[in-house]
Design a protein around this ligand. Sequence first.
Ligand code: ADP
Ligand code: MG
Length: 240
Amino acid sequence: MIKVENLNKFFGDKHVLKDINLQINEGEVISLIGPSGSGKSTLIRCMNYLEEPTSGDIYIKGQNIAKSGKEIDKIRQNVGMVFQHFNLFPHKTVLENITLAPVLTGKLSKKEAEKKAIELLETMDLLEKKDAYPPSLSGGQKQRIAIARALAMEPEIMLFDEVTSALDPEMIGEVLNVMKELAKSGMTMIVVTHEMAYAKQVADRVIFMADGRIVEENKAVDLFENPQDPRTKEFLSKVL
Ligand code: ADP
Ligand code: MG
């Protein structure tokens, strides 16, 4: 589903991704962990071309995104992303927020997009909020709407960048539950998270990054219970 080969990224003369190689299979759930500044956000932003790699290649379903030309929008539509801050449009209703992209891109008609949005809101237990405006919602509700909005494009890959970090503790569970259901449904997911319990429970594989490199990757239980690299051990001793 995703293949990253010898990826390097510089910001000016700052080398923030160093020779990243990575392969992610269809339906796999990956947790990406590591200290702040280690390059996690930059790595997943490269995967949908929000950042341009300095060198190296990224393939989405076999297609090289840097060399995709006009196909880039199609590939991007297949890779949904949710951020720490929800970025919902405050002056549009929940339903409008969710239907906007599929209608604008011509993926769905307005009617189809509304049907899809209503299905998504039902699965997230938020149907009664369809005509509400984002500022009236709690953080957990906003983040579930942001996930619904990404899913409305029917992506095959979902990228999550610390989506629970800005939430009050009591709202983290409702967002993680939505992500758990999504993982169970077979979605290919990369989840940048500080929620180690979630990573342990849901991720097929955990990748630990430090200083722009993948230091260690392993099945979740093995990485957490038997970390090999001293940097992984040190990081885990601080967060577990
Ligand atoms: P993480 O998500 O693991 O905290 P980031 O990918 O956000 O790490 O950042 C990796 C490094 O790249 C950090 O040193 C950060 O300051 C730097 N960085 C990120 N984005 C930019 C940017 N747009 N311009 C310059 N430096 C950046
Ligand atoms: Mg980050």
